[in-house]
Design a protein around this ligand. Structure first.
Ligand code: 6PG
Length: 240
């Protein structure tokens, strides 16, 4: 686990845009495509906006046509709902960039949660099979956040979904709004090549301290056997 402290959240987002463009270029050069997992929440939205801005340097560096996007989690609401993670990424980034529509793998938040979970599992297994192995889908870059209770994606402390050791997707009921969600699980997230956590602001200080101290929280269990985990945080979120 590597920690990088930025002076401000703006610098942190700029650093994340660099990391995104670098991983995208590397993955496309090595494997012909790049698989990105996006998160919801407030923290990554300025990143999505920055990446999609043609006046900023990152837009032109990203091989958009070769990008595949999936979601770390989704709230069980329709795709045009203000709490939809798909909608957030669509509004801030996806409608402005030339990613082929068939490369946007959204979770059907409007469907009954059990069905949406099973469908997403099938969708990702098919994507994995196309790449040669139904049981392996290394995400090139997973952009994750952390909640004040240590959750990441929609993997919340003490939830039975933390024990999942086979399925890649679970539908869950969690202590957050909205409570019904679909989430990627550890068996998939821990196959990732790179995981980038973003956390900014004073309110995140305590939870980051607990993670740094090795507490067994969902976010701390993201530890891909063959990948790397990097935390980008701003100075407000640390005591540094
Ligand atoms: C979601 C997320 C969730 C988020 C954290 C941090 O759908 O809510 O994917 O895991 O990343 O709750 O959220 P903030 O960035 O808003 O602090």
């Amino acid at each position: 686990m590597r920690w990088v402290v930025f002076r401000s959240s703006e610098e942190m987002i700029g650093g994340a845009a660099d990391a995104f463009a670098r991983r995208a270029a590397e993955a496309c050069a090595d494997r012909g495509s790049c698989l990105i997992a996006l998160s919801g929440g407030a923290t990554p939205q300025p990143l999505y906006r920055l990446l999609a801005n043609p006046r900023e340097p990152w837009f032109g560096r990203i091989p958009w046509k070769k990008m595949h996007v999936l979601w770390a989690d989704e709230r069980c609401v329709p795709p045009d709902h203000e709490q939809s993670n798909y909608r957030a990424a669509y509004d801030t980034m996806l409608h402005r960039v030339p990613i082929p529509t068939e490369n946007v793998h959204r979770i059907r938040g409007e469907a009954p949660p059990g069905d949406a979970g099973v469908e997403y599992e099938q969708q990702l297994r098919s994507l994995a099979a196309l790449r040669g192995d139904r049981n392996r889908l290394p995400i090139d870059l997973a952009i994750l956040g952390v909640g004040l209770d240590g959750h990441t994606a929609s993997l919340f402390p003490n939830h039975p979904a933390l024990l999942e050791d086979r399925r890649w997707i679970r539908d869950v009921t969690v202590p957050a709004r909205p409570p019904r969600r679909i989430t990627l699980t550890f068996p998939l997230l821990n196959q990732a090549n790179h995981v980038l956590f973003l956390a900014a602001g004073r309110t995140k200080r305590e939870i980051l301290e607990r993670i740094r101290n090795g507490e067994d929280l969902p976010a701390a269990r993201i530890a891909p056997a063959q990948g790397e985990v990097t935390w980008y945080v701003d100075s407000e979120a640390t005591n540094a």
